[in-house]
Structure formats: C-alpha cells, structure tokens
Design a protein around this ligand. Sequence first.
Ligand code: PNS
Length: 165
Amino acid sequence: MPTVAVYPGSFDPLTNGHVDIITRGARLFDRIVIAILVNAEKAPLFSVTERVEIARTVFKDLPNLDVDTFDGLLVDYVERRKAQVIVRGLRAVSDFEYEFQMALMNQRLNGKIETVFMMPAEQYTYTSSRLIKEVFSLGGRVHGLVPDMVEERLRAKRTKSGTRR
Ligand code: PNS
C-alpha cells in the first residue's frame, strides 16, 4: 500500500523552510499532500486561492505531490485522503511543546495516524511565516527565505497598498 503523508498548515506565506520539508518528504513518502487550512477566523495576508496557486506553481515539477485545502479536524481530512502520516516541521525547542500537544491530541483522536517530525536544513531553522510577514512589512529583506514567487507577490501587495520601499 502506498504511504501517503499530509503536510498541513496555514502557509501564509509558503517559506523556503516549508519547501525544504516538502522536498524531503516527497523523497520519503510515495505521495505528499500539502493541506492548506481554510480558517475563516484569521485575517490572512494571502487568500487560500493565492496560497494554493503559489504551492502548485512552486512544486509543479514534483510528480508525487498534491495541493489541497481542508477545514474541520485534521485527522478526519487525513482519513478522507486515505493517508497514514501527518508531517510537521520541527525547527527548534520552542516548536516542541505546541507540536507535542498537537501530535498527542491527533493520536488520541485517531490512533492509526502517525505524526512524523522532520527537521529543515539548518539555514531555515529561524524562518517562519509570521516573521517573514513582519520583516517584509517593515522593509526588511526576505530574499532567499521564501520562493521568488512569494517575494514577488509580497512586493505586489505592498505596491497595491501604496507603501513603497
Ligand atoms: O501552519 P500552522 O498554523 O502551524 O498549522 C496548524 C494546523 C493547520 C496544523 C492546525 O491548526 C490544525 O491541524 N488545524 C485543524 C483543526 C484541528 O484538527 N485541530 C486539532 C489539532 S490537535
């Protein structure tokens, strides 16, 4: 039976840390699904449609990858996709507590699904979507930390909102 892994998250925006984990995951599993959470409560910078478009473009050459959206419980989505694994990236000790709680809650909700943690390459251990948005909004350089397409889209949003730097 093929091993299918779901890599869930907000991806607002996709960073090179995510890209690194996905690329490693695609080598490890028969199929990997980027599952973008549709969360109406948050005010995202990128719409879900934009995030899907970015992920599909960035990974257009990875044949064993799907990009999808989900809402509701992650374990229910994983079961619907007939996947066995949830992949999460672990960057630093600070990630551990939240990830540990989520992994154990998901295990309690569905004991057949395993969470697998993967470490990104060292240069991405401090990269997060939240910091990327903050640094960029304050005029800092994010080049090399996000895919070129994300950098272009960030610039376009800044131009549209009238704050040129
Ligand atoms: O990119 P993020 O924000 O760290 O991803 C968090 C995500 C999407 C993995 C998590 O919020 C999630 O799984 N949400 C779906 C709802 C759910 O199943 N909650 C219980 C998880 S223990």
